[in-house]
Each structure stands twice: as structure tokens, then as C-alpha cells.
Design a protein around this ligand. Sequence first.
Ligand SMILES: Nc1nc2c(ncn2[C@@H]2O[C@H](COP(=O)(O)OP(=O)(O)OP(=O)(O)O)[C@@H](O)[C@H]2O)c(=O)[nH]1
Ligand SMILES: [Mg+2]
Length: 267
Amino acid sequence: MKFASWRLVEELVNFSDVVLELVDSRDPLNTRSSKLERIVTTYRKSLIIALNKADLVPREICEEWKEYFKNVLGYEAVYISARYRRGTRILRSTIRRVAESSRNRKDRIVVSIFGLPKVGKSTLVNVLKGRHSTTTSPYPGSPGYTVKAKLFNIGGGIYLIDTPGIVPPEGGDIEAVIRSRPIDEIVNPEKVAVDLINKVLKYNDKAFQEAYNISSKNPLEIIAELAKQRGWVRGGEANTYEASKTIIRDYLDGKIVYFYRPGDILR
Ligand SMILES: Nc1nc2c(ncn2[C@@H]2O[C@H](COP(=O)(O)OP(=O)(O)OP(=O)(O)O)[C@@H](O)[C@H]2O)c(=O)[nH]1
Ligand SMILES: [Mg+2]
């Protein structure tokens, strides 16, 4: 994964009329980037928080998060499932609404997508592009220091910047650990997987039952059990290294499910 430099982020934001910040509905707070949000505010652009992977979380919880982002933080928010193409109509109409209410409204609404690694940016770009979109030439009038952005015409006067910006995670949560580098480069994946499992179990003690049919609530047992299930055993020893990486990968791919609500952070 290649993080966008903050300078590039600033340039892309500055090109945009509307910025979409994708977060993971399972843990919106630890997958948002307050630094990105500050940049968008500084440049006086419109921000929409898109809670993606909403298919993994009950609808009323998504509603609570949407209200939280709107009422507590003052941002527009929608929840979507890029994978199942849900919520994209509301997303498009929200983009048009915020662009039309902005002080520098134009005929053409330029939209950029940002988010931490694996929040679903590419999936959403593909969904929005659809089959009918056309690429326009490089952004006309771009200052062109770093940005050679192309725009997809995705209909309704909306033009999407072709490459989403990958922003680095913030804070000390396990989300930051698993999203900071490719899984194969994670040092001590067993330790990371144990932390991830403990966090998931805190919110959904059936998560690994549901994902792997493993009923243990002990992280090391869960890892060893998964290794056995997959046949990753040699000389009677479970390959916990591979199993740990698999759990991290499956989590990022949305196979491991949990959620918490905005109210839970106050407890
Ligand atoms: N359940 C679920 N999974 C999703 C959704 N959107 C994306 N995913 C999955 O999340 C994983 C990451 O999706 P990508 O679109 O590659 O995410 P990305 O943000 O482009 O990732 P990077 O380019 O690595 O930063 C993939 O396994 C997707 O299938 C969604 O709405 N629901
Ligand atoms: Mg991508």
C-alpha cells in the first residue's frame, strides 16, 4: 500500500468540490482520519462521511453512526455497501445536495475519495464508474505539481477523481496496526491477531463461531484451531503464523463481524 503524501491529499482536496471519506462501519471512529477532515475544512470543501461495509452491521446501528457524525461532528454522513451496491443512489443525491448548497457552486461537481487502507475505496470507485462512465482528459487547469488526476464522468454532473487517496491510520488502536502495512510485512502477526481477536470478542463473542465455526473464546486457541482446520500443521505443530495472517486478512475482507454503537464510547 502506498500512502498519499499529505501534500498530494491537499492538492486533491483543493481540486475537489466534495470529498468522500470512507470509513469502516464496524469501527468508524478508528478508521476515520481527523487530519483529512481538518484539511477538508481548511479548504472549505464539503465533506461526506460514507460508512462503508454497512452490510456487516445492523441498519439501526448505521443510522446511529450517521446521526453521530451529523449531530456531534457536524458532517454529512451516509451508509453504503460498495460490495453489494447499496446506498449509492443516496450517496449520489447527497453529493449533489451538498455541492448545490455550497457557496461556490458549479455545473461540474468534482468528487474525490479518501480513506484508510482496505475501507473499500476501489470497490466504491468501480461501482460509481459502472459500465457507462467515460474518462475525461487530465484535469484541465490543474496546477500539476503532483496531481495528474483524470476524471470519470459518473453522470448527474458528477466527476470522480480516478485514483482514491490512501490516508495513514491515526491513533493506537489495532485498526492502525493492521492497516499500516501489508499483512505479509506485519511483525509478529500472532500478537497482532491476538489483539484483534480480543477486540472483536469484546463486541461480538460469536464472531469466530460465525466466521469459522470455532467456539473457543481464547485467542491462541482460536488461532491454533483455524490452523488445524486448514491443515496447516507440521510435526504436530499448528502453523499459527499463517493462521494469524489469515484472521487479519479475513477481518479486512469483511468476513469477521462486530459492531459497537456511538453511545458505547461514553462508557
Ligand atoms: N462486506 C463488505 N466488504 C467490502 C465492501 N466494500 C469493500 N469490501 C471488501 O473490503 C476489502 C477491501 O476493499 P478495496 O476496495 O480493495 O479497499 P481499498 O480501500 O481500495 O483498499 P486499498 O486500496 O488497499 O487501500 C475487499 O475484500 C472488498 O471486497 C462492502 O461494502 N462490504
Ligand atoms: Mg484500493
